[in-house]
Design a protein around this ligand. Sequence first.
Ligand SMILES: Nc1ncnc2c1ncn2[C@@H]1O[C@H](COP(=O)(O)OP(=O)(O)OP(=O)(O)O)[C@@H](O)[C@H]1O
Ligand SMILES: [Mg+2]
Length: 482
Amino acid sequence: MLAPLLFVWPVSIAVTHYFATAVASYPYDQALRENVNAVARQIKFVNGRPQIALPASARAMLRADEIDHVYFHVLNRKGVKLAGDTELPVATDLDYQADELGEIYFREVEAGGQDLRVAYTYVGEPSMPRERWLLVEVGETLEKRSQLANKIIASVILPQFVIIPLAVVLVWFGLSQGLRPLTVLRERIEARAESDMSPIRTRRVPEELQPLIDAFNAMLERMRGNLDAQQRFIADAAHQMRTPLTGLKTQAQLAMRESDPEELKKSLRQIATGVDRAAHLVNQLLTLARAEASDAAQQSLAPLNLDLLLREQVEEWVMRALDKHIDLGYEPAPPSEIMGSAFLLRELVSNLIDNALRYTPADGRVTCRVVVQGDFVTLEVEDNGIGITEEQAALVFERFYRVDGTGTDGSGLGLPIVREIAELHRAAASLRPNPHERGAIARVVFPRYRPPADRPAFDAQIEGELGGRGLPAAHNPPTGFV
Ligand SMILES: Nc1ncnc2c1ncn2[C@@H]1O[C@H](COP(=O)(O)OP(=O)(O)OP(=O)(O)O)[C@@H](O)[C@H]1O
Ligand SMILES: [Mg+2]
């Protein structure tokens, strides 16, 4: 607060100076006006010729000033001095055309090294042409005015020499008193243990700090929730990892005892399957961890064509589908864009297709499509497999949750990964019973991204040709199986 105060001080002195000068000028201007009038009254016109009779008393009155010098003169239009003092310079820049008879005007001049305040007026008869008017000027040095202005300034500034240091001391005192609770609070926070997530006690904190502390406590609460979830996740993950590893070890021990080459081969095959399963679990865990840590990747979201990405993924899964005798289909969609990370969306799509293929028996059907509707772009993976009940559907997005009796193995992390990636894209993921037949339908609803309207039409056209593979909706075949 000291810096602004010190800045305001010179500003206030300048402003005071300006007003003090104006105020000090006013009464002396009035006196000058009287003097001009007194001189002007001494000028008479006889038959249009001026008669100037300045009695000694009038001159004495002008000279009576004890502090300032007062000068006067009477000029005709040509600048010829008819009467008065020589000290007053003859003005060359007065605007005769604009000025009026009898009005009194003021100006500042410099003469013989001193500043003068000059009052002037024109004298003449109303019928006279302007060329014959006479100019009466009375000038005065500025000593009295500056003395008065200085007195005014001093009377304003002097008290400030007391008031400002006093204000500084008071502000200093007030602030250090007012900020004491803040210091106490800081000390309390600094003294906390790292793992201490308990809320800060809010007794005896100043009113202004209350919202800050509430916000801070709410953040602590969220962090505690996060930390708990993380610890639970690590415990679960460790447990899940232990099971396949223990299995592997048992199988290896059994294999070591085996002497029959056929049986040994069988055991080794089992070990290979176990290793695959463990590797899958580790992969899923890593993907989930990466999706969770991708908050910062929010910035790397870029416009992309979901339909195109879905098509690529379907192509990748075709061989697996053929192995299982499942008809894996893809329905093209009209061009549309979402803001997304291609890398994460590939994980999302592949988990959904993996589930659909895994939970659909041989000779089943899986269909993938993108539906564009208003401001939303929906990804759908529909199957006619074993299906899911509404109750289970509410639980399957939990980590490690698996429905019993599906007859397949998995880590129970696929759908949590889907949800995590969907949330990152501000999308909503769901798994529902298929309304048309037996089976399930997984949906992820994304907000649609519309390119800025002013984007050149050329760009849009290029994109239409390269990016949006879909034909206009009316020409789409109802289904397009790959
Ligand atoms: N398309 C589907 N049809 C029927 N049930 C499904 C389908 N998708 C998921 N589920 C059920 O939801 C459960 C959780 O699925 P999720 O993908 O999270 O785990 P997972 O498939 O068991 O393992 P992972 O995908 O990690 O290998 C599955 O165990 C399964 O019972
Ligand atoms: Mg899965």
